[in-house]
Design a protein around this ligand. Structure first.
Ligand SMILES: C[S@@+](CC[C@H](N)C(=O)[O-])C[C@H]1O[C@@H](n2cnc3c(N)ncnc32)[C@H](O)[C@@H]1O
Length: 223
């Protein structure tokens, strides 16, 4: 595998800062069953009026929040994202719920999640920027942050093992060794379903099931 560094890809925060205004339209065009997809993210959360705690990693403009609030209108959300402009859109959309949403502008690689804090951790369309070792480290952090009995819901791309290898090769060529561990650059390295399952197992999750599947778009749940 060549690890020679070519021109650097765009940095993550500025990539999404530049695209925040058109982001939601872009996602509607990208995901065939867009509404069903985002609604399904919240399906594992039972209807409740309890102030359940939810951590959303890479929340972006908050597409999944609408559905989380539909299930749990009094939920307390902690939303982490590196992109200031994506968070600004979220803040505008959910201004009436500002007392329920804590916004953190930081990398969730750096930002500490704490221990036994959340009923649910959610991430949608963001983990495919990380190689396996970095994902396992994040999954361990997520597992620690969940309360006993809590669940992690992830929506992301899933690809064939062949495509996974090709994209990984490109990733190493673009990022080189030094940047490979921080998810600093916008490069897609999605996994196959088999690898994805193994990463969760390595991080200590015991139960895995697929909730949604359409083309390369998947939602799965672990606990
Ligand atoms: C494709 S968007 C997904 C946004 C939202 N979850 C959705 O599904 O619409 C990916 C988001 O992850 C954020 N992101 C990527 N890497 C991050 C990191 N290390 N820490 C925090 N946010 C990150 C980006 O800024 C971007 O807003």
């Amino acid at each position: 595998m060549s690890k020679e560094t070519k021109d650097k890809p765009e940095e993550m925060a500025s990539f999404f800062d530049l695209r925040a205004a058109g982001y939601e339209d872009h996602m509607q065009e990208t995901i065939n069953s867009f509404t069903q997809y985002y609604a399904t993210v919240a399906v594992p959360i039972p209807h409740t009026t309890e102030p359940i705690s939810v951590l959303d990693l890479g929340c972006g403009t908050g597409l999944e929040l609408r559905w989380i609030f539909a299930q749990a209108p009094n939920a307390k959300l902690t939303c982490v994202d590196v992109s200031e402009n994506m968070l600004k859109v979220l803040q505008r959309t959910y201004r009436e719920r500002c007392d329920q949403i804590r916004l953190i502008q930081d990398s969730y690689v750096r930002w500490p999640f704490g221990q036994d804090q959340y009923d649910y951790v959610v991430s949608v369309m963001t983990m495919h920027h990380f190689v396996s070792e970095d994902k396992v480290a994040l999954y361990k952090k997520i597992r620690q942050a969940l309360k006993p009995g809590g669940q992690y819901i992830e929506g992301d791309y899933v690809v064939s093992p062949e495509k996974e290898r090709e994209l990984l090769e490109t990733y190493w060529q673009l990022c080189g060794d030094d940047q490979a561990d921080e998810g600093l650059y916008h490069v897609d390295v999605p996994c196959s379903l088999e690898v994805q399952k193994q990463l969760f197992e390595t991080a200590g999750f015991q139960h895995f099931y697929v909730l949604f599947e359409e083309g390369e778009h998947f939602i799965y749940v672990v606990k």
